[in-house]
Design a protein around this ligand. Structure first.
Ligand code: HEM
Length: 207
């Protein structure tokens, strides 16, 4: 009974997370349709989606550091946050291809092979694809330990997405720097915790 109440609460919160996670996309779409996204609505829409993709990516990576630092355990919501990040990346790329390039795949190919900031964006996107595809119980069971190794690609995705974000502007952009520093902070907490764990492990076995 206790387990079923807990399960229901977690499922409900996950559902809430998925639905509220799409609010920024729907809201900016609505603003775009009503011509309220400023002088360059396509670019603004693309930027909003990219920014939320980055925010959700950071949020999914913040769950473990949050547990390490404060003891608050939100691991049950990591999959939802990670999938939201992926959904926003897909919408960000779709907006670029459909609204910006108008399905001009020749320009797309030229852009993603020649423009460095798009090469990094594409690398981040390609890292996230296998993670999204294997974010289900069946894959976790089938891949076993390899699932954890595969999901370390999220660090590569964050690094590539950070470079993409920083390079998206012609000059140093305070907002981008702030987000990237936050990402470096998250990776540092994980790194320190990993090295600390190894030290403790070595000490236990030495005794
Ligand atoms: C994990 C993958 C990705 C993330 C997290 C991401 C995120 C971002 C962010 C945060 C921005 C800057 C938004 C702002 O102005 O505040 C941006 C810009 C942009 N991104 Fe991405 N992106 C990703 C992948 C891609 C891919 C694969 C493409 C296209 C193939 C792409 C195309 C663009 C374009 C065209 C811009 C606008 C640059 C400009 O204004 O000239 N992104 N992206």
């Amino acid at each position: 009974m206790v387990i079923s109440v807990w399960w229901t609460r977690r499922s409900f919160l996950n559902l809430l997370l998925y639905t509220s996670g799409f609010v920024p996309a729907c809201w900016s779409f609505w603003l775009g349709v009503h011509d309220k996204l400023g002088p360059d609505p396509v670019r603004s829409f693309e930027h909003i989606l990219g920014l939320w993709a980055f925010r959700f990516l950071l949020a999914s990576l913040a769950i473990t550091p949050l547990r390490i630092v404060s003891g608050v355990n939100l691991t049950g919501y990591r999959r939802a946050v990670g999938l939201l990040a992926f959904a926003y990346v897909v919408m960000h790329v779709a907006a670029y291809i459909a609204l910006d390039l108008r399905f001009d795949f020749v320009t797309l190919y030229r852009d993603i092979t020649r423009r460095p900031f798009l090469i990094f964006g594409m690398a981040a996107f390609l890292c996230l694809v296998p993670l999204a595809v294997t974010s289900n119980r069946l894959s976790i069971r089938k891949l076993g330990r390899n699932w954890r190794y595969l999901h370390r690609l999220v660090y590569v995705a964050l690094i590539a997405a950070s470079i993409h974000f920083l390079m998206a502007f012609k000059t140093w952009h305070v907002n981008a720097i702030f987000y990237v520093l936050f990402g470096i902070g998250l990776l540092s907490v994980r790194g320190i915790n990993f090295l600390w764990g190894k030290r403790v492990h070595r000490r236990i076995y030495a005794e």
